[in-house]
Design a protein around this ligand. Structure first.
Ligand code: ATP
Ligand code: K
Ligand code: MG
Length: 668
């Protein structure tokens, strides 16, 4: 049984597996350690990952990428609109405000949600892993950005379920990185914890975590980020620069041409990478548009000047992270720089000036998230034995609750779980209610969300139930912020005082078993503990149901699973047909050759002629009507040919066997 960790990047995905002797990164079908997060909808099948990436410039409208950022977002949110305008594929607004992706596929327009596309990608990665491991698996841990909202986390989970995976946890990217750093760390002094800053600059985002390490234990002290600052923004700086240059020098407007824009963006990304290792770089694109070849040149220095605004922005989450952690730069033992977007030399220089020390690159910058996830998966899986190591993660949003029957006074700003709350955490709310009521979970601080995103998370229905009117009944609601950073109501219990003085009071033990428990009291609730203790209590479980705004229902999830299976079956059918076609083709060539050489003396002239013309006919068919046929069509052609050729092969093999037996006898 295998436990797997996935890093789902906006550009690159990495799969790592835990083995008894350590963590390995798995290779995809093209023997690469990173798999592009791309899906191309071809005429008759999908091409996923590396196979899909190849078609991005050829078929931009059918090539879907960067959906990670679209999950759980609404079409009309301003930053989403900016994003969508950059994508060559077609999107629209769904009835509920979310995003739909449209592609031409199998001769008609198909509509998918970003979650379904993510499901396809995860299913592909699962497939790659299973081919590698030689066995099916479903247990995994998936890396997520720390800035993912409750809904984004839930939808990621749904995508995993669509893909047939069973996540044991969604883990913050930087926490995974910190785990892969901390679990092997041994050089501790006696002076207390060591503080390390992890900076992950990827394709679309920047994440910073400040982590405290002690022997056997790590704790996330702060999580800060810029959702919209990654390697692709540096590409964009170069892109704008060359669009202007080419307008001046060649009189072309690259922005007006989708394919030219894609080609120039790709060239700018390459250019950026060249500039990471060289002081200057050239750009050459043949026939970019209007049949014009273009040339460009840029020095690293000039690029850094163009990108100075972006570089400045990187310092913001860093300084905020220090402040949130309550630490000064002098407290930071080291700065670990990861994510491939961080390979720009100016970024190291900037971080050196922020942290007053040079960042180190001890970790594998592109694999550390997946490795950390695989480690966590092994730690959570019952079949693995991993050294005791405590990972204390936290959640970067403040969560509050509202009730439909009057306010809940939760203390400061109605926050139940303040930003930075450790996960998992459980809290118990106590209400004085006699029948069904609702609780609304909300983000208490809209500033922590992307602009214009709704602050509502979901509604929990507590009930139906009927409390007895005369007694002093309370409803205790257990709310959990689980280790995936998802809010759930675990249970609700009606606690009623009974007149029976002899009944043992179980309330006290209930409170004591919960380490993290904080009991908040409804504003209308006034009963003192002493009076409660004097009486016995009766406890009744109350049903709880949830409605998450924008979440998938069980029925929708089932339907999506079915659809994914259908799509996968279609891909499989096409792959099998292709394989059979190849088999038929090679058979034709092989037999034609052997017929006139190896098998020559085992066939009569008439047989040879007959077979030869059948082979010829098959070859012609393959080039014409049989170019794009089903597996069974190729199979029956192959069987037909074999029927003709097999008798000759049999004669040949009999003769071979006789000759071998003879040789054997002679030797003795
Ligand atoms: P994210 O974490 O944002 O979801 P990701 O994990 O897919 O995305 P990475 O693979 O860490 O992102 O980084 C991809 C980015 O790194 C791309 O923008 C790419 O251009 C950039 N990159 C890769 N190599 C270099 C290099 N040598 N110099 C500069 N940038 C590079
Ligand atoms: K990655
Ligand atoms: Mg990443």
């Amino acid at each position: 049984m295998s436990v797997v960790g996935f890093d789902i990047g906006n550009e690159n995905c990495v799969i790592a597996v835990s083995r008894q002797r350590g963590i390995d990164v798995l290779l995809n079908e093209e023997s690469q350690r990173e798999t592009p997060a791309v899906i191309y909808f071809g005429e008759k099948q999908r091409f996923l990952g590396s196979a899909g990436a190849a078609s991005a410039t050829m078929n931009p409208r059918s090539t879907i990428s960067q959906v990670k950022r679209l999950i759980g977002r609404n079409f009309s949110e301003p930053d989403v609109q900016i994003e969508l305008k950059m994508f060559p594929f077609k999107t629209s607004e769904a009835l509920d405000g979310s995003i739909l992706v449209h592609v031409k596929y199998l001769g008609e327009t198909h509509t998918f949600t970003p979650v379904q596309i993510m499901g396809m990608l995860l299913a592909h990665l699962k497939d790659v892993a299973e081919k590698n491991l030689g066995a099916p698996f479903s247990d995994c841990v998936i890396g997520i950005p720390s800035y993912f909202t409750d809904l984004q986390r839930r939808l990621y989970w749904s995508a995993a379920v669509i893909a047939g995976l069973k996540p044991l946890r969604l883990m913050h990217d930087c926490t995974a990185t910190a785990l892969s750093y901390g679990i092997y760390k041994t050089d501790f002094s006696n002076t207390g914890p060591i503080y390390v800053a992890f900076v992950d600059i990827g394709h679309c985002d920047t994440q910073v975590s400040i982590v405290s390490f002690e022997p056997g234990h790590m704790r996330i002290m702060s999580q800060t980020y810029d959702r919209d600052l990654g390697g692709r923004d540096f590409d964009e700086v170069l892109f704008s620069h060359f669009v202007a240059e080419f307008k001046k020098n060649y009189d072309i407007d690259v922005n007006s041409n989708v394919k030219a824009s894609i080609r120039l963006r790709a060239a700018c990304e390459k250019l950026k990478k060249v500039l990471s290792a060289n002081l200057e770089a050239v750009l050459n694109i043949e026939c970019l548009m209007d049949e014009k070849d273009v040339k460009g040149f840029i020095k690293r220095e000039e690029f850094e000047k163009l990108a100075s605004g972006l570089l400045e922005k990187i310092s913001i989450p860093c300084t905020r992270g220090l402040a949130d952690a309550g630490l000064a730069v002098e407290n930071i033992h080291s700065v670990e720089l990861v994510g491939s977007g961080s390979r720009i030399p100016a970024i190291s220089r900037l971080l050196t000036s922020v942290f007053k020390k040079e960042p180190s690159r001890k970790l594998n910058a592109s694999e550390c998230v997946a490795r950390g996830c695989a480690l966590q998966c092994a730690m959570l899986s019952p079949v693995f034995r991993v050294r005791e190591y405590e990972v204390q993660d936290s959640f970067p949003f403040s969560i509050g609750f509202q009730s439909d029957a009057g306010p809940i006074s939760l203390g400061l700003n109605n926050v139940l779980f303040p930003k930075g709350q450790h996960i998992p955490s459980t809290k118990i709310l106590s209400f004085q209610r006699n029948s069904l009521f609702h609780l609304e979970a909300v983000y208490s601080n809209p500033d922590e969300l992307p602009p214009h995103m709704s602050s509502k998370i979901g509604c929990f229905t507590i009930g139906p139930f009927q409390g007895s009117n005369n007694s002093n009944s309370r409803v205790k609601v257990r709310v959990q912020l689980n280790m995936n950073g998802i809010i759930t109501v675990e249970s609700a219990t009606l606690v009623e005082d009974t007149i029976d003085q002899q009944m043992p009071r179980r309330d006290a033990t209930y409170s004591n078993t919960e380490k993290m428990e904080t009991e908040f009291v409804d504003s209308s609730h006034s009963e003192s503990d002493v009076s409660r203790k004097a009486r016995g209590t009766r406890r009744i479980d109350i049903p709880v149901s949830e409605h998450i705004y924008g979440g998938m229902t069980k029925a929708e999830l089932l339907e999506a699973q079915g659809r994914e299976l259908q799509l996968a079956q279609q891909d499989k059918n096409m792959e099998q047909a292709k394989n059979k076609k190849n088999a038929l083709e090679s058979y034709v060539y092989e037999m034609r050759n052997k017929l006139f050489n190896t098998y020559r003396s085992f066939a009569s002239d008439q047989e040879r002629e007959g077979i030869s013309s059948s082979l010829q006919q098959t070859e012609e068919w393959l080039y014409e009507d049989g170019d794009d046929e089903t597996e069974s069509a190729y199979s029956s052609k192959l069987d037909g040919l074999k029927k003709l050729v097999d008798p000759i092969i049999n004669r040949y093999e009999d003769e071979e066997a006789r000759a071998q037996a003879k040789a054997h006898l002679l030797k003795r």
